[in-house]
Every structure is written in structure tokens, then in C-alpha cells.
Design a protein around this ligand. Structure first.
Ligand code: MD3
Ligand code: FE
Length: 214
């Protein structure tokens, strides 16, 4: 492979510093513009009634944190239609997948914004269409800003876990047999991102194909 990458598990490939600082800046600015706009950041409330420890905005299609389903409008928040997914964002995910020999045609991007206390509990991403899960179409993650302690485990909650620091500009492709691994974010390390981004905290973009039909 011509670019630096580490296969953490089969189909789970880390692409450290894939993006230039200029590209990181452009993406971060785009996300902040959307997040601070009229259909922007909100804090999702999950099924049990608890608040997630991130701000979120879904592009292309909305992921409802109460039903764990995708929908056109933000039914668990303000009822507005999800903002479109800009093709310039999708293009980055397609490039990352191609760099490791995988393919996806993103329909949705979930943007998570972590502050200093941000984290995400161990979970699987299995709300996409069964055929995409079974065929191992990847989810592509892009990290911007502060470094996260990302945890990845196996196909059951109790399996052994590995910690991978995810830094600004890193890509991560989770496809094939790793598509349904448990994962989460244990912590975000404050003030570890490039100062040039002017970003306090961490942005993570996850590009997904095949939102569940209504
Ligand atoms: C491994 N986000 O939005 S991205 C999520 O950093 C999510 O915000 C984390 O987990 C974040 O669902 C981690 C990396 C990631 C995304 C999807 C995966 C890892 C994955 C799907 C399968 C296995
Ligand atoms: Fe996830």
C-alpha cells in the first residue's frame, strides 16, 4: 500500500494523518457552519432517557436516537428535515475507503462534536440496512481536532478490546468482518489538536451507506 495504514483487525484499517492540515481546516469549518446553522447541533436523548455526551448533527438522513432508526426528519428533536450531505464531504470518505481497497457510496454522515467531557459508550452500529451489514460495506470515520482514545472490541460486548488514539486528520475504515465490532470513545484529550483548526474539542464524521427504510 502506498499510504501509511495499520490493519487493527481484518477489515478495520487506521489511516493516520490521511488529511492535510488544509483539508482538515476545510472540513472542520464546513461542519461548524452546519452545526451552528438553523438545523444544527443538538444533544440526542437515547431510549433509556439519558443524554448522550456529544452534540450531533446528521447529514443526508437523520438517525433517531430514541427509535434507533433512520428517517428524513429529526423526529426526536425539532422535526426539521436533515440537512443534505455535501458531496465534498462524501468524496473524502470515498477516497479513504478506496485507499484500503473498499467501496462505499455514502448516504448519511453523522457528525459528532465532543467537548472536554465528551465520550461514547461501547456500542455496535447496526441500524443500517441488513444487506449492507451482511456484505460488510464499510463505515468510514474522519477525526478532526483533539485526539480521542478510541476503543474497539469484538462481536460481543465482553470481548477483548484495543485502544487506538485517533488524531486530527486520521481516517478509519471499518468494513468486511469488522463492520459489527463493538466500539466507543473512552475520552477526548483536551488541547491536543492542531491550533490552526481553531476548533475546541473534537469532531468525528462517520459516513454510512444504506439507512434503514421507513
Ligand atoms: C467500528 N463514533 O458515531 S468513529 C458513531 O469517534 C461512533 O465519534 C465514534 O462510534 C466517534 O457511531 C467512533 C469510529 C467507528 C465508527 C463506526 C464503526 C468505528 C466503528 C462501525 C463498526 C466498527
Ligand atoms: Fe459507532
Amino acid at each position: 500500500m502506498s499510504i501509511p495504514c495499520t490493519e487493527v483487525y481484518p477489515g478495520a484499517v487506521h489511516l493516520p494523518r490521511f488529511l492535510s492540515l488544509g483539508e482538515q481546516r476545510e472540513l472542520a469549518e464546513r461542519c461548524q457552519d452546519i452545526g451552528n446553522g438553523p438545523t444544527g447541533w443538538y444533544v440526542p436523548t437515547v431510549r433509556g432517557g439519558g443524554q448522550m455526551r456529544v452534540r450531533m448533527v446528521c447529514l443526508g438522513c437523520h438517525w433517531n436516537a430514541r427509535t434507533y432508526r433512520y428517517e428524513a426528519r429529526r423526529g426526536d428533536h425539532d422535526g426539521r428535515p436533515a440537512p443534505p450531505l455535501p458531496p465534498q464531504l462524501s468524496a473524502v470518505a470515498v477516497r479513504m475507503a478506496e485507499a484500503v481497497g473498499m467501496r462505499l457510496s455514502p448516504d448519511v454522515c453523522i457528525v459528532n462534536y465532543y467537548g472536554a467531557a465528551g465520550k461514547m459508550g461501547l456500542h455496535q452500529d447496526k441500524d443500517e440496512r441488513p444487506d449492507t451489514l451482511v456484505s460488510g460495506v464499510p463505515i468510514v470515520s474522519v477525526s478532526l481536532g483533539d485526539t480521542a482514545k478510541f476503543i474497539i472490541g469484538g462481536l460481543t460486548r465482553k470481548d477483548a478490546k484495543t485502544m487506538v488514539p485517533l488524531a486530527s486528520g486520521d481516517g478509519f475504515v471499518f468494513g468486511g468482518p469488522s463492520r459489527l465490532r463493538f466500539h466507543g470513545v473512552a475520552a477526548v484529550l483536551p488541547h491536543t489538536g492542531p491550533p490552526e483548526l481553531g476548533l475546541e474539542g473534537r469532531l468525528n464524521l462517520t459516513f454510512r451507506e444504506g439507512p434503514s427504510p421507513p
